[in-house]
Design a protein around this ligand. Structure first.
Ligand code: FPP
Length: 252
């Protein structure tokens, strides 16, 4: 029942998993211990999303800018991705979750690229939730790549500039064919988007929490979903229109 225009359950949740380093520092542990502990929260947020009936969960694991971190941390993170990809596939399949990695994977080692491709193949028959891991991803990278592809199509004569509209651009982005994220969560206390979902966040509800990512458990996730359930989505309409028509105003 959406007669009051309240949002209820997000179809697509996107999360910036921040605060691993500070979680570790609090415990006088190396930063890497925070990333390792963060894998547990990845697992729980996937399972909770499945349990609640979320259709798409997108996690920002490594940004295009994270290469600037100390080389040792980057290399330990890559090792962690390798291990997690191998270990988690069984659990994903059990939960009927399809895995997809978005971002420029060409910068990863051949071995990691193969592991990514294998994990995607292993889960490609799953038709429950879609888990997208954004790795070496940046919103600007995505928009730039889409623009280049459109320019190439124009140059090749297959597309007229007049045909470039919002849907033509959206169709070239990594998120093509998916509903835009309804709920964006950032843990760790910072209140910014950090070059994550730029095109897609036009009407996304933004939720920030001070909780560090390794502490973001099922209860913390439920709080975020409760926040979302109380939002009235209007997509440019007035609150009265939404209430009168009983629509959330979502286009399409
Ligand atoms: C940001 O915290 C976190 C990251 C850059 C890495 C996220 C990676 C994981 C949670 C590991 C597992 C992921 C998958 C998908 C298997 P930060 O290091 O910036 O924390 P800080 O702001 O407290 O320093």
């Amino acid at each position: 029942m959406e007669g009051d225009g309240l949002a209820r359950l997000p179809r697509h949740v996107a999360i910036i998993m921040d605060g691993n380093g500070r979680w570790a520092k609090q415990r006088e542990l190396p930063r890497h211990a925070g990333h390792k502990a963060g894998v547990g929260s990845v697992r729980s947020s996937v399972e909770e999303s499945v349990r609640h009936g979320v259709e798409v969960l997108t996690l920002f694991a490594f940004s295009s800018e994270n290469w600037k971190r100390p080389q040792k941390e980057v290399s330990l993170l890559m090792d962690l991705f390798m291990v997690a990809l191998q270990r988690e596939v069984k659990r994903l399949k059990r939960n009927n979750v399809r895995l997809r990695i978005i971002g420029d994977r060409s910068a990863f080692s051949d071995k990691l690229q193969q592991r990514i491709a294998q994990a995607e193949t292993d889960t490609d028959q799953c038709n429950g939730m879609l888990l997208q891991i954004a790795a070496n991803y940046g919103g600007r990278w995505d928009i730039t790549r889409a623009t280049r592809r459109l320019a190439e199509r124009v140059a090749a004569g297959g597309l007229h500039p007049d045909q470039i509209d919002e849907s033509a651009i959206a169709a070239e982005l990594s998120f093509a064919g998916l509903p835009d994220p309804d709920l964006f969560i950032r843990t760790g206390g910072e209140q910014r988007i950090s070059n994550f979902i730029l095109w897609q966040c036009a009407y996304t509800e933004l939720y920030f929490t001070d909780t560090y990512w390794p502490d973001f458990d099922a209860d913390a996730y439920s709080e975020a979903l409760d926040f979302y359930a109380g939002r009235q989505r209007r997509f440019g309409m007035t609150g009265e229109q939404v209430e009168e028509t009983g629509s959330t105003g979502r286009p399409g």
